[in-house]
Ligand binder design. Sequence first.
Ligand SMILES: C[S@@+](CC[C@H](N)C(=O)[O-])C[C@H]1O[C@@H](n2cnc3c(N)ncnc32)[C@H](O)[C@@H]1O
Length: 216
Amino acid sequence: MSESRLSRPEAGSAASHWDAVFTRTAPDEVSWFEADPSTSLERIDAAGITGDIAVDIGAGRSPLAALLLQRGWSQVIAVDISAAALQQLADQAGHPAGLTCVVSDVLAWAPERQVSLWHDRAVFHFLVDPGDQAAYAALAARTVEPGGIVIMATFAPDGPVQCSGLPTARHDADSISAVLGPAFALVDERRIEHRTPWGAIQPFTWATLRRLPIRA
Ligand SMILES: C[S@@+](CC[C@H](N)C(=O)[O-])C[C@H]1O[C@@H](n2cnc3c(N)ncnc32)[C@H](O)[C@@H]1O
């Protein structure tokens, strides 16, 4: 674990909440579990993005970061508010070279370099405050290099109203695009139904956006 930044007033309680979730559950005991992040990999392949640095926002204990390293990315940054989640992610991955774990509220993260790929599965929808959503968009615009790709997966408009006991903001691709603003162009959108380990269906919106070469 390389860094720790928790600066928002509520970040401490959120970190405790998520640490408890990851400490008390097995990977396949949470609704968002997937053994294989196949949709993420498909959307990354479809975007045709290659590069040096990728970030997985709210990575949890997903195997995606390790898989991206195996596919040739030189550095993958896993950002998560939960130290417990990132410890499990790193342990499961075998602490590969190129994996950087940053324990931070995403809105407090201060990246040192730009990235080619920003991936967020099931994290942005926990930002229910429009001010927090705007701060997220400004961070993404600063962090993703021109030509880079953002892949977002959020609960769809008919998706769950909460997850892990927390309220969610549901989105279609237009609302994701509207929040991210004119620095990003929507290049792909689709609805994909996630099946939880106990068989419930959760509709997700998947959106792929390209960072335009304009000032945010
Ligand atoms: C539903 S889980 C998804 C995990 C992972 N993306 C996946 O697909 O398996 C949400 C993740 O976001 C993290 N998280 C929630 N709020 C966050 C925030 N404000 N900043 C950073 N991470 C956050 C949680 O700790 C958790 O790992």
